[in-house]
Design a protein around this ligand. Structure first.
Ligand SMILES: C[S@@+](CC[C@H](N)C(=O)[O-])C[C@H]1O[C@@H](n2cnc3c(N)ncnc32)[C@H](O)[C@@H]1O
Length: 174
């Protein structure tokens, strides 16, 4: 598995603990140092790659590429370019998993929740220079352009009682 934009990598640790062969890519040495510490504590081996995904050429493709809360900081053109890179790093028939905010859809209640929850968050992150201003992306068309087919969406909630603000998209390489 290859985690792109892995950050300090709680999910990377979880995958390595379950016995997957894992590589983690991030352009931030600070994030990778945190991940290295986490892995060392648990005596886990993960290949750490310090690189900008846009400039990284995978030596071998991976069966599964994971992009958790990574793509949503970029503008649409960059998202397309990142997804093309992910596709190059995925084996034929391999999977791309994207964990991200769940688009609100058309329902009034969900759009209201979206406006009170996500929009201010996005505004603050934009004001701090952390991301571009954009609605929550629905990646389905971008996945098609990059050579994947969306096969499943799994809504995710923080608890049994909270609404599913997040989702995991499962896409298969064509
Ligand atoms: C919001 S964090 C998400 C971290 C982690 N995936 C998670 O779910 O907690 C985004 C990460 O992407 C990394 N990043 C941003 N641009 C990148 C790029 N062009 N290439 C590789 N990593 C990048 C940042 O350094 C940061 O660690």
């Amino acid at each position: 598995m290859l985690y792109v934009g892995a950050g300090s990598g709680e999910d990377v640790v979880a995958a390595a603990e379950r016995g997957f062969e894992v590589a983690a890519l991030d352009r931030s040495p600070r994030m990778l140092a945190r991940l290295r510490k986490r892995l060392a504590k648990r005596d886990l081996e993960v290949e750490l790659i310090e690189a900008d995904l846009l400039e990284h050429e995978a030596r071998l493709p991976h069966d599964v590429v994971v992009a958790n809360f990574f793509l949503n900081v970029f503008d649409r053109e960059t998202v397309d370019a990142m997804l093309r890179r992910c596709r190059e790093a995925t084996t034929e028939n391999g999977l791309l998993l994207i964990g991200d905010f769940r688009p609100p859809g058309r329902r009034l209640v969900r759009r209201l929740l979206y406006n009170t929850y996500y929009a201010p968050l996005n505004l603050v992150a934009w004001a701090l220079g952390l991301c571009v201003l954009h609605p929550i992306y629905d990646y389905e068309e971008a996945l098609e352009r990059a050579g994947y087919r969306l096969v499943a969406r799994h809504p995710q909630a923080l608890s049994d009682r909270s609404p599913a603000f997040y989702e995991t998209l499962v896409a298969r390489a064509r």
